[in-house]
Structure formats: structure tokens, C-alpha cells
Design a protein around this ligand. Structure first.
Ligand code: IVH
Length: 670
């Protein structure tokens, strides 16, 4: 691409992003284009530089010339680049530099003008020099006060970010879906679309919020020596300042702040896409100055992108153990949010229709934190002409039976009771970790055994023909004996695991535990009426009906008999047998342990009277650390100085209730 083509391309994407609120490429791809241009301009100074970033104001709003231009920031994406920037600051200043670290809000930059304490004008950034007048819309945002508190200066201009909280974004998209309206791709787009409305009443209904991050202009107020003081001042006037902002005295601490928020980026109810690091001392800032585009005294450390564009190669349908037909996207592999994504669920027929994604589309793929990858939507300008819409199949791709959908429900099911895929998935689930936990009976082995008729249904698990299995390729004496031992051991699993493994619709691990505890034996549950089950604390009508219906079916009764004959444990727990050593304690487990399955460890805690929530908080008494633990949990434990236990210490805790303390500081992030 030539430099002018590149400039035109960037201008086009600026327009789509800033003016049409409908970006065609991801932020990461846009940043890459800007970097390419910066490189070319540095190599060829004779071709000039690009002055404006952003987009000229649209005709929808009155133009506003900013009192001082709204600059953008230089970006860095690695810790090396960040520390190179810091070292440049320190070399130039030739003394210690104090930094102020702020979260980089992922919203829209705005400039608010207060005259005699009243909000008289609000403007978007536009191209940095001229923005758009959005005063009436900003009047609808509660956290952008219309009147400053305290003694107001005659003139004050403040810059900050308008954003949509993640919870509001989710609620808005749910509402859009219900009304069959276009979904917003992310909170930033939703905020932009809600703010740049001709009708402020629409903005009013969208729950936008504001954080101030820069005092741009002040007449008749106090004077300041540091940025931190200006933020305190803004706060004293009632402007919202992000409370995570931190002043630090070394590059190492800047690094720690960035690292911390990169891991915890989803902890807040707003999206951030990086950290802005600024020199705190205002005199030093003057000394450092600015380039034509951005100040030298600040830099944006951008987190790795969580959204990328890729090709949607196909949409396929998978059949689950209950017969549920789930559409999923087959993608051109794309590295996003820290891993390569090839497949992503599309949930159900309505979701595909609502997103209107079609095989052949370029789609936005999002993978945020621990959340499963998601197809956000198509990039419409890239859609090839005449690309047909995708139709949900009418037949089960596995057995050819009719796929049916109950009116009013969103899921589609394979109607056959003998669909081989359903049977296979039921067995795989029965043998999986939270259920009977049969180590060597994974999906591949189940598929192989089914193809050879060694397994026809769930009941066959305990009557496998091991002699025949030993003849199979890849099955030596050791692996057969491991399989046999695993299957034997599973007969002693707690009743709750068995109940869960039966795959009764609506009954999950928690409900199974409640039923096992309440009824104490499978036979008592078999005899119970629907009312009796529904009267159990923690069990609702839907589960009760489903459990009852399950055990009324002759096939399932037969299955129970076969399991009984095989010697599978039907006996439930007896609480009085275990000493309640963990009464009142809250213990979080992260990573995998040698002697416990994940659920097993949590079960052991609960059986002894303790609690085992999924995340670390101030109320957590200890964190048990296994192999490959979650970084977020360790960091939180460290921050809150919560004792961290290894497996041996965990066993000691279970037996005695005693926490052999090593505080969170000694935890190692692997
Ligand atoms: S300071 C001259 N601080 O990031 C300094 N910007 O290109 C100007 N942003 O769209 C910006 N959070 O709206 C600053 N704490 C923060 C920020 C922040 C988000 C946005 C800003 C602009 C982009 C910088």
C-alpha cells in the first residue's frame, strides 16, 4: 500500500469508527495501520505527516472548536516498549520521575465546559481540533454533573470518557434482542450510538456514565504543581474520578500496575483497553512537551486485543446428550484473547438469526478473560454479494431424525431416543469429572467402543468385554487394567455424582448434591412423589418434575437395575460421620490437585461444614493452590494477604480445621 492509500484507508476507518459508530476493523487492526503509517512517515519525511486523528464532525451536530486541541496518545503494546518510554522520560528529565497510572477507559473522549459552575457545553473529540456539540445529550448523564459542587471557578474545561457500564450494555442488548433490533457489538459502540443521537431522550434511557481524567483549562481557580492535585480538585467539585488511579515512584511499579490490570481487566463494571501512564509533575510535562499529535509525557499501554476479525467458514450443528441441537461457528483460526479460536458456539437458532451471520462472512470474534469465545456479529461491508442467509437444518446431522422446536422455547432437539450421538454424549458425560470420574473413558474411547458395539448404552459401562478390548490396537495390558480400575473405582462415587451422571434434564451438580443429602439413598428417591421432591429445600418444581419423569421411564428403571447389579453405590452421605472441622470457613480452590477432582475438593470442604465459593474475596479464609491455578485468584489472594495452602496443607486443614499459614505474598504465579 502506498502512503496515500494508507492515509485514505485510515481516514475511511476513522469515519466508520468516530462518525458512523460502526467500525469495520478491530481496534488492534486499526492501531496496526496507524503504526505502519507512522513508520512510513518517519522513513520518508519529505511526504509530510498526518496531523489529524479521529474524524471531522458530522453534519448531525453543530461543530465546536476546542479551546485547546484534544490530543491523542502514543500507544505501546509490550512491557519493553513501555519501559523504553519511561527511560526516555527519565533521561530527558535527568531526575526521578513520578508517574500516575490511570485505567484507559474504553468509551468516547469528551470535553465538558463549565462556566460559573454550570455545564454549558459538551463536545466530542471529533478530529481533535473541531468536535461535535452534544450538550443536550450529556445533560442526560447523571455522573456528568450539570452543576459543579463547592466554589466554582469562572471557567473550567475538563476532559474525560463517556462509557456504558457492562451490565447496562448486557441489559440493552437483551432488550434489543427481545425487540428484534440490531445488537451492539460492544459497550463502546453502544455508548457511541447512544450518545450521538439527535434525540436526547434516547440517550437518557441508556444509562451512560462519565469519568474525568484531565483538567484542560481553568480560569480563576487554584494553581497546581501535579496532575494528582488536579484530579483531587476535580473530585472536590463533584466530578467522578476513577478510584483505581495510582501515583507511583518507579517504572517497576508502573509495570506492576499494568500487569495487575491486564489480569483483572474484567473486574470492573466497565471495559478498559489499557492503562494510561502520565508524568505527574506538571513542570516536567512542560519540559517534555508534545509532538503534533500526542504529548510526550503520557503513553497508552494497550492490552492484547480481545476482538479480532476472521472468516466464518461454516455453521454446523452439534447434538448434545439431551438431543439439543446447538449451532456453532467454524472459523478460520484466529489468535484472540490469549488463545487460538477455531470454533465458537452460536447458542441457538434465534441467536444466529439475530446476529445474521452467514458462512462466508467476515465476523468479529471476541474472547474476553475466562469467557468462552463468541461470534459478535458480521462485518457487513465485507459481505460478498448475494451471500445466502443460513438456514437451521430440519434433520439431525447425526441420525437423520426430525429436529423439532417447541413453540416459545429457543432450543431445538433431535426427536429420536436412539440417536447414537445422544447415547455417546450421555456416556461421555456419565464418565466425566464431576460425575463418575472414569479417567480412561473419554470421548474418543467411547466413540471407538460404540463403533465396535462394545458399548451400546450407559448400562454397558460396567459390563465391558475387556478381553476383546485388549485385542484392539493401542490397548495394551496396562491401559486395559487402568481402564478396568477406573471403572471399578467409579462404583464407589458418592450418590450425588451418580445422580448428576444420569444426565437428568435440569438437574446439575448442585441439585444432585441436595437430593443425595435429602433422600440419603437412590431407592428412596425412586419411591418419592413429585411433591415430595419439590418440597426439598433448594429444589424447584421444574427439577422435581424432570427427576420424577426420568425415573418413571421403563428404560431408565432398567438402567438403574443394571447399575445396582453392577455394584454401583446408591447410598447417600451421612453428615454425622464427618467432623465439621470447617464450620464457618470459606476456602477457595484453584488449579488441579492430585488426590481430588475439582468437585471432589469442593465437596470435601462442604461436607465438613465449610463454604467453597468460586472467587476470592475479603471473606475467604484460605486459597488452596493446585497445578495451573488461575492467576486472578492468586493475585487477589496476594492483594488481600490471604493464606495460600498446598495440597498437603489442604488435607491437614480438612482433618483439623487448622490453616498452616503462608500468606498470599509467597504464592507464585505460574
Ligand atoms: S489522557 C493528552 N487518560 O484514550 C492526554 N485518555 O488517545 C489525552 N482515554 O480517546 C488523553 N482513558 O479518551 C487519557 N485515563 C485516561 C484515558 C484516556 C481513556 C482515551 C481518550 C482517547 C484515548 C487516547
Amino acid at each position: 500500500m502506498t502512503i496515500s492509500e494508507l492515509r485514505a484507508e485510515i481516514a475511511y476507518h476513522n469515519l466508520r469508527y468516530h462518525q458512523q459508530d460502526d467500525p469495520e476493523i478491530s481496534d488492534a487492526e486499526y492501531d496496526e495501520l496507524v503504526r505502519q503509517l507512522a513508520r512510513l512517515e518517519a522513513e520518508h519525511p519529505e511526504l509530510g505527516t498526518t496531523e489529524s486523528v479521529g474524524a471531522p464532525p458530522s453534519e448531525l451536530f453543530t461543530p465546536v472548536v476546542h479551546l485547546t486541541p484534544m490530543m491523542s496518545l502514543d500507544n505501546v503494546t509490550t512491557f519493553e516498549e513501555l519501559s523504553a518510554w519511561g527511560k526516555r522520560m527519565e533521561r530527558y528529565i535527568d531526575s526521578n520521575v513520578e508517574y500516575i497510572c490511570e485505567l484507559k477507559m474504553d468509551g468516547l473522549a469528551v470535553s465538558l465546559l463549565y462556566e460559573q459552575g454550570r455545564l454549558t457545553r459538551a463536545a466530542t473529540r471529533g478530529d481533535g481540533r473541531v468536535g461535535e456539540d452534544i450538550t443536550l445529550n450529556v445533560h442526560q448523564i447523571e455522573s456528568a454533573p450539570q452543576q459543579l459542587a463547592g466554589i466554582s471557578p469562572p471557567v473550567l474545561e475538563v476532559r474525560g470518557e463517556i462509557f456504558m457500564p457492562v451490565s447496562s450494555f448486557k441489559a440493552l442488548n437483551e432488550q434489543q434482542a427481545q425487540q428484534g433490533q440490531r445488537l451492539f457489538a460492544n459497550p463502546r459502540n453502544a455508548a457511541a450510538g447512544s450518545l450521538r443521537q439527535k434525540d436526547p431522550a434516547i440517550t437518557a434511557g441508556r444509562n451512560l456514565a462519565f469519568f474525568a481524567y484531565q483538567l484542560a483549562h481553568l480560569e480563576g481557580g487554584p494553581t497546581f504543581t501535579h496532575h494528582g492535585q488536579t484530579l483531587d480538585y476535580l473530585k472536590s467539585l463533584g466530578l467522578p474520578i476513577n478510584s483505581t488511579t495510582q501515583i507511583v515512584d518507579s517504572l517497576q511499579k508502573v509495570h506492576d500496575f499494568c500487569q495487575h490490570w491486564q489480569v483483572q481487566r474484567h473486574d470492573n463494571d466497565y471495559e478498559i483497553d489499557g492503562v494510561v501512564v502520565k508524568v505527574n509533575d506538571l513542570a516536567q510535562r512542560l519540559e517534555l512537551g508534545s509532538t503534533s499529535k500526542a504529548p510526550r509525557w503520557a503513553v497508552a499501554f494497550k492490552f492484547p486485543p480481545e476482538e479480532r476479525n476472521t472468516l466464518l467458514k461454516d455453521i454446523m450443528v452439534s447434538i448434545g446428550r439431551s438431543g439439543k441441537a446447538t449451532p456453532f461457528a467454524v472459523l478460520e483460526p484466529v489468535f484472540v484473547g490469549g488463545s487460538t479460536v477455531r470454533l465458537a458456539t452460536l447458542h441457538n437458532q434465534d441467536q444466529v438469526a439475530l446476529k445474521d451471520v452467514r458462512p462466508g462472512d467476515t465476523v468479529i470474534v471476541r474472547k474476553a478473560g475466562d469467557v468462552i469465545p463468541e461470534v459478535v456479529g458480521p462485518v457487513l461491508p465485507k459481505r460478498p454479494a448475494d451471500l445466502p442467509a443460513w438456514k437451521f437444518p430440519e434433520q439431525c446431522p447425526e441420525c437423520g431424525s426430525h429436529l423439532s422446536r417447541t413453540p416459545g422455547e429457543s432450543d431445538t432437539y433431535c426427536s429420536s431416543a436412539h440417536c447414537p450421538k445422544q447415547l455417546e454424549q450421555r456416556i461421555v458425560y456419565f464418565a466425566s469429572r464431576g460425575c463418575m470420574d472414569i479417567e480412561n473413558l473419554g470421548e474418543r474411547t467411547v466413540q471407538l467402543f460404540m463403533s465396535l458395539n462394545l458399548l451400546k448404552d450407559l448400562g454397558d459401562v460396567y459390563s465391558l468385554d475387556y478381553e476383546r478390548i485388549q485385542q484392539l490396537e493401542g490397548f495394551g495390558e496396562t491401559s486395559v487394567s487402568n481402564l478396568k480400575n477406573g471403572i471399578e473405582a467409579s462404583k464407589q462415587r458418592p450418590l450425588a455424582n451418580l445422580l448428576c451422571g444420569l444426565g437428568i434434564r435440569h438437574l446439575g451438580a448442585a441439585g444432585s448434591r441436595v437430593l443425595a443429602q435429602a433422600f440419603g439413598h437412590l431407592d428412596r428417591l425412586l419411591e418419592a412423589s413429585e411433591d415430595e421432591i419439590a418440597n426439598t429445600e433448594g429444589i424447584g418444581n421444574v427439577i422435581a418434575r424432570s427427576v420424577c419423569e426420568f425415573f418413571q421411564q421403563p428404560d431408565n428403571r432398567q438402567l438403574v437395575d443394571r447399575l445396582r447389579l453392577s455394584g454401583v453405590n446408591f447410598q447417600g452421605p451421612d453428615r454425622s460421620e464427618l467432623p465439621q472441622t470447617l464450620q464457618g470457613l470459606s476456602i477457595v480452590v484453584t488449579g488441579s490437585l492430585q488426590g481430588f477432582s475439582r468437585d471432589g475438593a469442593e465437596e470435601a470442604i462442604k461436607e465438613r461444614g465449610g463454604k467453597s465459593p468460586g472467587s476470592v474475596s475479603k471473606k475467604t479464609n484460605a486459597v488452596v493452590l493446585g497445578e495451573a491455578p488461575g492467576a486472578a485468584k492468586i493475585n487477589k489472594a496476594r492483594e488481600l494477604k490471604i493464606p495460600v495452602l498446598n495440597e498437603a496443607e489442604f488435607v491437614h486443614l480438612l482433618e483439623t480445621g487448622e490453616i498452616l499459614a503462608r500468606d498470599g505474598e509467597s504464592a507464585v504465579v505460574r
